[in-house]
Design a protein around this ligand. Structure first.
Ligand code: GLU
Length: 426
């Protein structure tokens, strides 16, 4: 097994996301007494593809980008997972994210395995035309391994419904027939689902509510801080604000802001739309993005990138609930510290699973060519998230472990059962 998470908090941490994913897996596999052969299989992705993407830039030059699609496991159904555009994408990061998708889909019990894609690029530095050409070339290159019953991409960090529309169009054009179920997170008028855009945040709210009930915390009047103000963070802040939660600090990639009396989130959303950032929002004090994590709040939502809560700042976390809207925001060393402090961490594979759950609803609607109203989507999402919280909480109680390990045990058991019954081919 990798180094124990209970090792002294001052040791240097391994911040490689794939090593972290393996460490979390090992911890749960050990508790579960998982068969060594299955453990060996699940410790690595089933398949990974690296693609070279030459793109004609607007100024006539050619730039070459690198992209990935990783499929971790498909025992429970087609692989599923988003595509990330970011300058710091690495193959190991995409492998970790694909692995987390396997556990996420199993935690909420939807019939998918895990995958993830990424392109090393700075989408903010590309024109719309360059972004479209990059996306179409990438879609064409990975078309060999994706498909509505093989692997279904979706949005992730810095990708959106427009990018999904280009992927859907490229795939459909090369096929010669319309294939909306090839991606989820599409625009609603192209076969997307109502409620998909808000689903990650809404799912997060449902599990926060369930956790608050367990912790005896009243949401109305509680305080929260949100790190990251993208699709998940900004909508989660808004939903909590409308539940009467006081949002006292938020940040985005440019910096953070604080007002201990509470920030008016609907006005902030408008401000961010106009200025491109939350920074300098009137009535707030500037703080740095890391400071958001140590505010005097009941609920902390890391909604940015990996490795934010580490051994260096975990001791300063004051929240009683940490809800991971981001993937991989807490390192194993930090996990151990938060556990010692009695903080309930709602792990990413539970807390942000609302996105892929409504992706599943979108895929079902596309295949049926029958679309649901938003209330229907949200009601179904609530059922899935509440059930998943209860299942994870039960596992954590039975095995006397934290919620992350509880979720892993639940998920690994479901995937392992599918693998055992299917058997190893040939
Ligand atoms: N990228 C999201 C995630 O990390 C959504 C994936 C999906 O909908 O397939 O869960």
């Amino acid at each position: 097994m990798a180094t124990s998470v209970l090792a002294p908090a001052l040791q240097k941490e391994d911040l490689n996301p794939f090593q972290i994913a393996m460490h979390q897996f090992d911890l749960a596999a050990e508790k579960l007494g998982l068969d060594p052969g299955l453990r060996e299989i699940l410790r690595r992705p089933h398949r990974w593809l690296t693609v070279t993407l030459p793109i004609k830039m607007d100024d006539g030059t050619i730039k070459v980008f690198e992209g990935y699609r990783v499929q971790h496991n498909c025992a429970r159904g087609p692989c599923k997972g988003g595509i990330r555009y970011h300058p710091n994408v690495t193959l190991d990061e995409v492998k970790a994210l694909a692995t987390w998708m396997t556990w996420k889909c199993a935690t909420v019990n939807i019939p998918f395995g895990g995958a993830k894609g990424g392109i090393i690029c700075d989408p903010k530095a590309l024109s719309k035309g360059e972004l479209e050409r990059l996306t179409r070339r990438y879609a064409f290159e990975i078309a060999a391994v994706i498909g509505p019953d093989r692997d279904i991409p979706a949005p992730d960090v810095y990708t959106d419904s427009q990018i999904m529309a280009w992927i859907m169009d490229t795939y459909s054009m090369s096929l010669g027939s319309n294939s909306p179920a090839i991606v989820t997170g599409k625009p609603v008028f192209l076969g997307g689902s109502l409620g998909r855009n808000e689903a990650t945040a809404r799912g997060c709210l449902f599990v926060i509510k369930a956790a608050a009930a367990v912790k005896g915390l009243k949401l109305r009047g509680a305080a929260a801080a949100v790190q990251g103000f993208g699709n998940a963070g900004s909508i989660a802040a808004d939903l909590l604000f409308h539940e009467g939660v006081s949002i006292v600090a938020v940040s985005d990639s440019h910096g953070g802001i604080r007002n201990l009396q509470g920030i008016d989130i609907p006005v902030l959303l408008d401000y961010k739309r106009k200025t491109g950032s939350v920074v300098n929002f009137p009535g707030t004090t500037p703080i740095d993005t890391e400071e958001v994590l140590s505010q005097p709040v009941d609920i902390l939502i890391p909604a940015a990138l990996e490795n934010q809560i580490t051994i260096h700042n975990a001791l300063k976390v004051k929240a009683s609930i940490v809800a991971e809207a981001a993937n991989g925001p807490t390192t194993p060393g930090a996990d151990a510290i938060l556990r010692e402090k009695g903080i309930m961490v709602l792990p990413d594979i539970l807390a942000n699973a609302g996105g892929v759950t409504v992706s599943y609803f979108e895929w079902v609607q596309d295949l049926q060519e029958l679309f649901w109203d938003e209330d229907d989507v949200n009601r179904r999402l609530e059922r899935v998230m509440v059930k998943a919280f209860e299942d994870v909480y039960r596992m954590a109680t039975i095995y006397e472990v934290d919620m992350r390990t509880g979720a892993y045990i639940l998920a690994i058991e479901r995937v392992a059962t599918a693998m055992k019954v299917r058997g190893i081919w040939p």
